[in-house]
Design a protein around this ligand. Structure first.
Ligand code: SF4
Ligand code: SF4
Ligand code: SF4
Length: 575
């Protein structure tokens, strides 16, 4: 990579020669506005907001796609540029349904922020934006009357996730984003990961909220309403209240949930400890028999649906262990109900998840071994933050509180489930001790931590070589699974997470785009919060969780028992 000397607004800078003008301008502390640009993913100059003047070039140029070159002279703030950007913005707004007050992206909308920045208030043109709402998906609502045709969603879905559930159809003024044949997203091959929602700058793609259902349950005195919170939620919820990133807000979150009126506040991490017990046992059995290897994790519902669509031949390799969320729900409606003498039909389980795909998982009919759905409603981190705000709770001032005992007891291994590599690390901590029949001191596996898209290692467990791989993001998973399917790799255990970076970057987490644009390492900060929480917990291995031991002794007999299989395992379907 070489360097070039360029001038932007009179500032001389030395920039790497593979940058665009937009990227180089940052070095001169100039933030060129954009709507469609997405670092490394979408540089197509579609929105025409980032227009700049390049000396010697005819007309204004899109900075996000104009490459730097030696001696380039750029202006970003002339009157002509400002007027052109304002006109473009007015045209976009003219064709946009402007019901900001009732829009779920109000105050968190890049178009709103841009209009404010550019001083665009009244819109002079009136377009033809018509309501065209698609809400048949379990997880996502599409409203094309708010779409600015930036194509970020298409790029993420097609290039990062390699799903291609949506694309641009028709031409010119009739262009729109849609699944094939104008179908609903709910009828398409969409795997509900919400990565398109996470990048949509406006309210055209939003999370399907379950907030009202949850308030109704809380206010129904006949129901015993239990909430469980996934590990990644605590790593990001504080961002919605202006708290520093990189710190888990577990105690404040528990205090807020109690004030909102939940009867019991439990930790999905307890469910994750059960998942490790069941999945670890399954792994040991497969390792001994040599059947259906590699074992592939199945706790990411986006990945599971992707596998059902794209790799049906690998379905036998998926772990049959339910996800922590669903295992926990099944135990709440069986063991917990019996122990506390509560009619399971009166238990309403709410799961707070970083993930929009969990809303789809919750509706799988097979996840109801007790005769009742394992989970009654899934809300995302973003929805929980909205509910806390609706309640008037001053989150940032809350004193820490503990999860309800004993069902809130969980290990540090369960906490790191929230980040890519965490499930593998948690499983290896337990599997190694079980197979070697002794306590292991080295429990942090750096080989499966960090940002690499595919991480692999060869471990020695009880004298046996075990090859493992960890992958996140479905485009990366597709590449790895093609190698597995074609017999070109010989791993024994693979962890797959649908979202790049794992659950901490799920589609239900607080939006990251503006923070990343400001240079914050969102993924790294959230990951740090979970690894620190793991370190401070008294038990760091799932099999050491005293409550897990108690439930096996009193109810489930042992990991992998018939009863455990009935309640805690599931099956998958080719789609
Ligand atoms: S997308 Fe943004 S500008 Fe459009 S209605 Fe929603 S908040 Fe307002
Ligand atoms: S939720 Fe995921 S799979 Fe579905 S359209 Fe969005 S990015 Fe594509
Ligand atoms: S749906 Fe959102 S991300 Fe997709 S093109 Fe429209 S505005 Fe852009």
């Amino acid at each position: 990579m070489g360097k070039v000397n360029i001038t932007i607004d009179g500032v001389n800078i030395e920039a790497e020669d593979n940058l665009t003008v937009l990227e180089a301008a940052k070095q001169a502390n100039i933030d060129i506005p954009t709507l469609c640009y997405l670092k490394k993913i979408n540089k197509i100059g579609a929105c025409r907001i980032c227009l700049v003047e390049v000396k010697g070039a005819r007309g204004l140029q899109a900075a996000c796609s104009y490459p730097v070159s030696e001696g380039l002279v750029v202006r970003t703030n002339t009157k002509e540029i400002m007027d052109a950007r304002r006109s473009t913005l007015e045209l976009i707004l003219s064709n946009h349904k402007k019901n900001c007050l009732s829009c779920s992206r109000n105050t968190d909308c890049e178009l709103q922020a841009l209009a404010d920045r550019m001083g665009v208030g009244d819109v002079v043109y009136e377009g033809t934006a018509e309501d065209e709402i698609d809400d048949l998906s379990t997880s996502i609502v599409r409203d094309n009357s708010k779409c600015v045709l930036c194509r970020r969603c298409v790029a993420v879905c097609k290039n990062v996730q390699t799903v291609g559930a949506i694309d641009v159809a028709y031409r010119g003024m009739n262009s729109k984003i849609t699944p094939a044949f104008n179908k609903s997203l709910g009828e398409s091959n969409c795997i509900n990961c919400g990565q398109c929602v996470a990048v949509c700058p406006v309210g055209a793609l939003t999370i399907k909220y379950n907030i009202d259902r949850v308030w109704d349950a809380i206010n129904n005195e006949e129901m015993h309403v239990v909430v469980q919170t996934a590990p990644a939620v605590r790593a990001a919820l504080g961002e919605e209240f202006g708290l520093p990133m990189g710190e888990a807000v577990t105690g404040k979150m528990v205090a807020a949930l109690r004030r909102m009126g939940f009867d019991k506040v439990f930790d999905t991490n307890t469910g994750a400890d059960f998942t490790i017990m069941e999945e670890g046992t399954e792994f040991i059995e497969r390792l001994k028999s040599g059947k259906n290897l590699p074992l592939i994790t199945s706790c990411s519902p986006g990945w599971v649906k992707f596998a059902e669509h794209n790799f049906p031949e690998l379905i036998p390799n998926l772990s049959s262990a339910k996800s922590p969320m669903s295992m926990y729900g099944a135990l709440l409606k069986s063991y917990y109900a019996k122990k506390n003498n509560i009619d399971p039909s009166k238990i309403f389980v709410v799961a707070v998840m970083p993930c929009t795909a969990k809303k789809f998982e919750c509706e799988r009919p097979e996840l109801s071994a007790t005769g009742y759905p394992d989970i009654d409603a899934v809300i995302t981190t973003v929805e929980l933050a909205k509910m806390i705000k609706q309640s008037g709770i001053m989150f940032e001032n809350l004193e820490d509180e503990m999860f309800d005992e004993p069902f809130g007891e969980a290990s540090g291994a369960a906490t790191i489930f929230g980040t890519s590599g965490g499930v593998m690390e948690a499983a290896i901590r337990t599997v190694t001790e079980v197979l070697e029949n002794k306590s292991i001191d080295k429990i942090e596996y750096e080989e499966v931590r960090g940002n690499e898209t595919i991480k692999e290692a060869e471990l020695s467990i009880a004298g046996q070589k075990v090859k493992i791989a960890v992958v996140s993001g479905l485009g990366n998973a597709r590449k790895l699974m093609e190698l597995v399917r074609d017999g070109k790799v010989d791993y024994q255990f693979i962890e797959v997470m649908a979202c790049p970076g794992g659950c901490i970057m799920g589609g239900g987490q607080p939006r990251k785009i503006v923070k990343e644009k400001a240079g914050i390492d969102v993924r790294g900060e959230r990951r740090k919060a979970l690894y620190n929480e793991d370190k401070r917990l008294p038990h760091r291995k799932s099999h050491q969780n005293p409550y897990v031991k108690q439930v096996y002794e009193e109810y489930l007999e042992k990991p992998g028992s018939e009863k455990a299989h009935h309640l805690l395992h599931t099956h998958y379907t080719e789609r």
